[in-house]
Unconditional design. Structure first.
Length: 369
């Protein structure tokens, strides 16, 4: 076992790759820009330079012999597999299965069949467990969706996003599962809307839009006798298109008259809709959409719910590679706690450090790895 001593390095040129940070490093920030026990890599040197940090407390082996012994006895190891990589295959398999099953169920509902909640739980809960173990899967939900099958993807995705937000807000597991099911079933009433209206590629007429606005009534009628679904969830399903400012439907309810669970489904529904490709609209950036929900749609959605979504979406580890809106590829260098969706990034092509909180015209288009 190697013993370490702490040494202050006063010149960045003297910091070597492989040095271990002895204490959290701050730079007029509430959270550390580099955490204690971090092994210095090239990306960290750039961060220190960007924040003009001069003194760094590092750990060094107490003797050169120990350092040499450790160097000789250790072998390079591959970086640990990320949660995203670890769950990707299982998640995709379960997701595709869930889409196949919800499509079959939707056809049955169109024909007048009752909702088989046991069957729904059977294909949805394994997928839900995947998402709760690795919440970052919601980055890519819009990449699975195809315009012609949008409604089926939207049901599954809304359920997953609602559950993830509920988990982030600190609710216990039973409520999280209930919210996942409620999110999935929120638009089951769309099965009672004519398929030609659901699949229309152009703007809806006034009468067609009124028909779509009736789907919360249809959804409530379809789920009201399901005993395993709590009454609070049934209300959330009915109210998920209501808005805090009274601009929603079907009742035009405002603020406190809209349940918290309905607001969670509302944010989940809008987030997936805006980030997905539709027959009449291209998909938008996940990061841009959460900013739009927070800023452009301010007053319509519960801000605690919106912030929980932002906290999930913006939970990017350092070194995550992203594509920017200008199509440049970049690497996340530092997360700004006051602008989570706009980190400090390094443009891979030029090495330029770009603070997205200061360059508002540029945003993260998608996460690469």
């Amino acid at each position: 076992m190697i013993c370490y001593m702490e040494v202050t390095v006063s010149n960045l040129e003297n910091i070597q790759l492989g040095h271990i940070v002895a204490q959290d490093i701050f730079a007029n920030t509430k959270s550390p820009i580099i955490s204690q026990n971090t092994v210095i890599r090239p990306v960290h040197l750039l961060i220190l330079e960007a924040f003009q940090v001069k003194d760094v407390l590092i750990k060094e082996p107490e003797s050169a012999n120990e350092a040499d012994e450790d160097t000789n006895s250790s072998t390079p190891t591959a970086p640990p597999m990320t949660k995203k990589e670890r769950y990707a295959n299982v998640f995709e398999r379960n997701y595709n299965h869930a889409i196949q099953q919800i499509k079959k169920e939707f056809f049955n509902w169109e024909a007048g069949a009752h909702i088989d909640i046991t069957k729904v739980r059977g294909f949805f809960l394994p997928l839900l467990d995947n998402a709760l173990q690795d919440r970052t899967v919601i980055y890519d939900l819009n990449s699975y969706s195809v315009p012609e099958d949008y409604i089926y993807h939207h049901c599954i995705a809304t359920g997953l996003i609602a559950a993830v937000i509920t988990q982030k807000l600190g609710y216990e597991r039973g409520i999280i599962i209930q919210m996942g099911l409620a999110g999935l079933l929120a638009d089951c009433g769309m099965a009672k809307v004519e398929r030609r209206i659901r699949n229309k590629a152009s703007m809806l007429s006034e009468s067609e839009f009124k028909e779509v606005q009736r789907h919360p009534y249809h959804s409530l009628n379809m789920i009201k006798l399901i005993p395993v679904l709590k009454d609070a969830m049934k209300l959330a399903i009915y109210q998920h298109h209501e808005r805090l400012d009274g601009s929603g439907y079907p009742g035009g309810n405002k603020a406190d008259s809209i349940s918290k669970f309905a607001q969670i489904i509302a944010v989940s529904d809008v987030f997936h809709a805006m980030t997905s490709e539709r027959l009449y609209r291209t998909r938008a950036s996940t990061f841009k959409v959460v900013e739009m929900i927070r800023e452009s749609e301010f007053g319509k959605f519960d801000m605690d719910v919106v912030q929980a979504l932002i906290n999930v979406v913006a939970d990017l580890p350092l070194n995550t590679q992203v594509e920017l809106s200008n199509l440049e590829k970049a690497e996340v260098m530092f997360i700004n706690q006051y602008a989570l969706t706009r980190p400090l990034v390094k443009v891979l092509n030029t090495g330029e450090l770009l603070d997205l909180s200061q360059h508002r015209a540029i945003y993260i288009n998608r996460v690469l790895k």
